[in-house]
Design a protein around this ligand. Structure first.
Ligand code: NDP
Ligand code: ZN
Length: 350
């Protein structure tokens, strides 16, 4: 064990504050990492404030981690000290169920161990995330940052990137498909870039008309202001796929009506009950599908990093001093970030 520092919430109503805590010494299959950068995901806010009702305190968020390997366990074969690596939303899973065997650890039938606020499978301790100086993770859950990729820009690919890439790949998005991205924050702006790179005609649905020009710069072909009924009506029956990153309960019905027959509405932002209620006719009458998707497996996380390197896709980031993390949360809720905060861990001092 050794002492690490990080920022954690002690309860749902207290701001994040510095905390000292113990990290384990590397087990045989572990990689110890000095964290250089960590992205700030809206899930971190949901969890720090217990908005999903599953938080465990103290809660140290952070699952878009990039850092340098400092030590490896005796059985580690893929990494050595000095390697630039990443850790995303998961740090373990059962590794033998049908989902794990299919490289879909996120759907582990026994439940994956998340990077924070989940009991470690070996010692039962509460996992602590990447708003910290270091982390120790089994090598299976570590990915390699491609040579030449900027490490700060790479961090959000570990969650915002894989979460938007995975469903677009799963549903086979191809040239000519009409894809709508709902919400342009951390996930949404990556969704635009991936859908465009896969050849789709891309439309951003936003409640923020001021984002229209910026969305086009990100690669969107069209912008629909979702609060404008006339604009929503004008795209009725138009889309093949919608990727919904909106982080709060919202009316799905007006969006479903913009899908063509067999169209698929993929939820990634919402895990609460759908409210207002879904009009089933919006599915039944057009054989539409309402779907969901959770991050992506470890192999696919490595794949999306390579995809970004090959296609020159980067995340748009604002570098953050960790001492301003609470203000950053307020700004994210106000939609005032372009488009991902990334903590520069050099600002974390004892
Ligand atoms: P951000 O806060 O960066 O962006 C969310 C965007 O949604 C905003 O920029 C805004 O876009 C839109 N939005 C925000 N509030 C509202 C509102 N009240 N009504 C309508 N639209 C709104 O969040 P992230 O991109 O980091 O995360 C998005 C969601 O995805 C979160 O709920 C997060 O927990 C979840 N998530 C899910 C994962 C999964 O595996 N399924 C993994 C990671 C995150 P605009 O101004 O353009 O409308
Ligand atoms: Zn996330």
């Amino acid at each position: 064990m050794y002492t690490a520092i990080g920022y954690a919430a002690q309860s749902a109503t207290t701001p994040l504050a510095p905390m000292r805590f113990e990290r384990r010494s590397p087990r045989a299959d572990d990689v110890a990492i000095e964290i250089l950068y960590c992205g700030v995901c809206h899930s971190d806010i949901h969890q720090a404030r217990n908005e999903w009702g599953i938080a465990v305190y103290p809660l140290m968020p952070g699952h878009e981690i990039v850092g340098k390997v400092t030590a490896v366990g005796s059985k580690v074969t893929r990494y050595k000290a000095g390697d630039l690596v990443g850790v995303g939303c998961m740090v373990d899973s059962c590794r033998h169920c049908e989902a794990c065997a299919a490289n879909l650890e996120q759907y582990c039938l026994e439940g994956p161990t998340m990077t924070y606020a989940t009991p470690d499978r070996v010692d039962g301790s509460n996992t602590m995330g990447g708003y910290s100086s270091s982390i120790v993770v089994s090598e299976h859950f570590v990915v390699r940052i491609p040579v030449g990729m900027d490490p700060a820009n790479a961090a959000p690919i570990l969650c915002a990137g894989i979460t938007t890439y995975s469903p677009l790949k799963h549903y086979g998005i191809k040239p000519g498909d009409r894809v709508g991205i709902l919400g342009m924050g951390g996930l949404g702006h990556m969704g635009i870039k991936f859908a465009k790179a896969l050849g789709a005609e891309v439309t951003l649905f936003t409640r923020s008309p001021a984002k229209a020009d910026e969305a086009r710069r990100q690669g969107a072909d069209h912008v629909v202001v979702s609060t404008d009924a006339a604009q929503m009506q004008a795209v009725a029956g138009h889309f093949d796929f919608l990727l919904d990153t909106i982080p709060v309960q919202h009316d799905l019905n007006p969006y479903l009506e913009t899908l063509t027959f067999d169209g698929v509405h993929i939820l990634v932002g919402l895990i609460e009950p759908v409210d207002p209620a879904l009009h089933a006719a919006n599915l039944v009458m057009k054989r539409r599908v309402l779907a969901g998707s959770l991050i992506g497996g470890i192999a696919e996380t490595q794949e999306v990093l390579e995809f970004c390197a090959t296609h020159g896709i980067t995340c748009d980031i604002e570098m953050l001093d960790i001492r301003e993390i609470n203000q950053a949360y307020s700004r994210m809720i106000a939609g005032d970030v372009k488009y991902r905060f990334v903590i520069d861990m050099a600002t974390l001092t004892a």
